[in-house]
Design a protein around this ligand. Structure first.
Ligand SMILES: NC(=O)c1ccc[n+]([C@@H]2O[C@H](COP(=O)([O-])OP(=O)(O)OC[C@H]3O[C@@H](n4cnc5c(N)ncnc54)[C@H](OP(=O)(O)O)[C@@H]3O)[C@@H](O)[C@H]2O)c1
Length: 283
């Protein structure tokens, strides 16, 4: 293998692009130490090469020979077939980092039929702006040097939490899918601002800064969201009028149901795409 710290990203979709955008803006890895492969999309491969100056290939042998760390960034339904291809190429010196929702480290180890180091990570697309909330769990053969490097990669594009693997479905439901929930809320806030008479740009700017400011308040004051909410909600005031509508419409329960539903979907994917007929962790 050419280098101890070279990474090969398998897949050129949205999470691969978000990760590359973050990683290539750092000193952590040089573009020549990053390889990318996909299945059929030539335009996407050319775009990645031109934009990031990284190495692109369609040859699995080339990516496997050049990269110690292989990041699986394909859809969960495509993982099985990919592992069949990788099985005859990878060695126990490789480290597999899988991002696929619902695919366990155990499944990857068994499919590759080796005592191979596997790390399962669930970032979110905010890695593009170095604000990913990533959770990571380790397979039974993963060793400290691999954990440290994976942590270094994901810390360079956001915050990292170490979790038990059984928690990763819940992580997927909360922070993996979470940016979309917040985007949906922002869409609604922008539309509401316009309905109340604001021009689109002003409504959008206000919604963006409000969400950013609220997150920063929780982060920097270290006060709980509940406490901050109570502090800004005076009886008979405007905020209370808005909160009452949200509560009456079941806002909190709806968010909880959304996270639970996404969590269940991640558990189902394990069964659908890895041929396993039991999930280790059922909510
Ligand atoms: N998007 C997110 O926010 C997010 C967050 C955390 C984790 N994830 C996980 O990341 C994975 C990818 O998600 P995504 O949204 O980036 O998917 P996506 O946009 O659909 O991209 C999937 C990529 O996989 C490639 N691919 C499929 N089979 C392949 C194979 N055998 N060899 C090489 N490349 C192959 C496709 O290449 P072609 O186009 O050439 O077929 C495509 O570039 C999923 O498993 C998802 O669960 C996603």
């Amino acid at each position: 293998m050419r280098k101890q710290k070279s990474i090969g990203i398998i897949g050129t979709g949205s999470i691969a692009e978000a990760m590359l955008e973050g990683i290539t803006n750092q000193e952590l890895l040089k573009p020549k130490d990053i390889y990318v492969i996909n299945r059929i999309n030539d335009d996407r491969l050319n775009f990645f090469q031109e934009k990031y100056g990284i190495c692109t290939t369609r040859d699995y042998q080339e990516i496997v020979s050049n990269c110690k760390y292989l990041i699986i960034a394909v859809k969960p339904r495509d993982v099985s077939e990919l592992l069949i291809t990788l099985r005859k190429l990878v060695t126990e010196n490789h480290v597999i980092i899988t991002l696929a929702a619902g695919i366990s480290t155990d499944f990857v180890e068994k499919s590759l039929d080796k005592k191979i180091q596997v790390i399962r990570a669930m970032p979110n697309t905010s890695c593009k702006v170095k604000e990913s909330a990533t959770a990571m769990a380790f397979g039974r053969y993963a060793r400290k040097a691999a954990w440290d490097f994976a942590e270094e990669i994901f810390s360079s594009i956001g915050k990292v939490s170490m979790v038990e693997e059984g928690m990763l479905d819940a992580v997927t439901g909360l922070s993996g899918s979470g940016p979309a929930y917040v985007y949906l809320m922002m869409e609604a806030m922008i539309e509401a601002g316009m309905k109340a008479g604001l021009p689109y740009e002003i409504s959008q700017d206000l919604a963006i800064q409000t969400v950013l400011g609220a997150a920063k308040m929780v982060l920097e004051t270290k006060e709980s969201p509940k406490h901050l909410r109570e502090k800004v909600t005076t009886p008979e005031g405007t905020t209370m009028a808005g909160i009452k509508v949200l509560e009456n419409a079941g806002f909190t329960d709806t968010i909880i149901e959304a996270v639970e539903s996404a969590t269940r979907r991640s558990q189902e994917m394990m069964i659908e795409y890895s041929g396993l007929h039991e999930s280790r962790h059922v909510l």
